[in-house]
Design a protein around this ligand. Sequence first.
Ligand code: GSH
Length: 193
Amino acid sequence: MKLHTSLTSPFGYKCRFAVRVAGLEDRVETVEADTKSEALRALNPLSKVPTLELDDGRVVINSPLIAAYLAEQAGNSDLYPTDKAEKWDVLYLEALADGMIEAGVLVFYESLRPEGEKSPAWVEKQQAKIKMALGVFEAKTKDFGDTPHIGLLSLAAGLSWFDRRDVVGNWHADHPNLSAWLDRFMENDFWID
Ligand SMILES: N[C@@H](CCC(=O)N[C@@H](CS)C(=O)NCC(=O)O)C(=O)O
C-alpha cells in the first residue's frame, strides 16, 4: 500500500502514526505527494492528502477511513477499542480533533492569501472553534488513558502541527493539562517529528 501525503500535513501525521501503531510499517510505503499534481488528482479527485492507494489499485480517501482501513488490515490494534461504548467515545474524540485541525488548516490557508483578500472575521470564526475544542480536550485530558487510539493520534497530530505552523498562538499556557499530555505522548515509539 502507498500512503500519499505531504510530510507536513497534520492528517498525514495522524495516518503515519496510525500505520506504526497498527504495526503495518512493512506494508505501507509513505510517498510524498503534491496536492497540486495531476498524479494525486488521478488518485483522489479532491486532490487531498492523505490518500491511501491499495495494492490492487483501489483508493481510500479521508483520514478517518484510512485509519479504519489500516486497523482492519492489522486485525486487533490499539487504534479502536473493542467495547462499543468506548469505541464511540474514541470516534467522538477523533471527529472533534479532525474538526479542530480542519479549522486550523483554514486559518493557515487564509494566511497564505494576498493582503486585501484576507478575512479577519473568517479567521476569528475558525479560531473560536479551535478554542472551544481545546477547552473540551483540556477538561477531558485526565480521562485519556495510555492507549494510543485514533482519537489521541489525531489530537496529538493536530496540536503538534499547531505549534509548527503557529496557527493558534500559545495554546499551551491556557491548557496546561493538554500541554503536559502532549509532551508525554510525543515520547511514544511511534512518534514522528
Ligand atoms: N478530511 C480530510 C482532510 C484532508 C485535508 O484537508 N488535507 C489537506 C492538507 S492538511 C489538503 O490536502 N489540502 C489541499 C487541498 O485542500 O487542496 C482528511 O481527514 O483526510
